[in-house]
Write a protein that binds this ligand. Structure first.
Ligand SMILES: [Zn+2]
Length: 121
């Protein structure tokens, strides 16, 4: 892979990492013991009546799924950054071939090449 594009993608990944972390911090706390593991804070609405409790539960469930998505993406971004450090970035985890640069530009945290990604899903 060309060094310049790796550098570009690395910057993109780092930007994504900080924006994902920022989003997560809005409603979740990172586990101090296991890094990269986030826990959603239970929302507390004013009032304390049954109606607001039901809203809280609903909101909490919504946040849990958002948290799950963000956490998964953040994990992939971190893995990609780790791979750049080790010089293993841009290789498909399944077939070992280089991932298309166009695909990496659209999705820098991609783990699989286009072909394997289709098979996987
Ligand atoms: Zn592949």
């Amino acid at each position: 892979m060309i060094k310049k594009s790796t550098e570009e993608l690395k910057q993109k990944l780092e930007k994504e990492k900080s924006s994902l972390e920022k989003e997560l911090k809005n409603f979740a706390n990172e586990d101090s013991k296991s890094r990269g593991d986030w826990g959603t804070r239970y929302p507390k609405f004013d009032g304390g009546n049954l109606e607001s409790e039901a809203d809280e539960v609903q909101e909490y469930e919504k946040l849990l799924s958002v948290e799950y998505n963000l956490e998964t993406r953040l994990r992939d971004v971190n893995l990609a950054l780790e791979k750049i450090k080790k010089g293993k970035y841009g290789k498909c985890e399944k077939c070992g071939k280089s991932i298309d640069i166009a695909r990496l530009k659209a999705c820098p945290e991609a783990k699989f090449c286009t072909k394997c990604n289709i098979i996987k899903s």
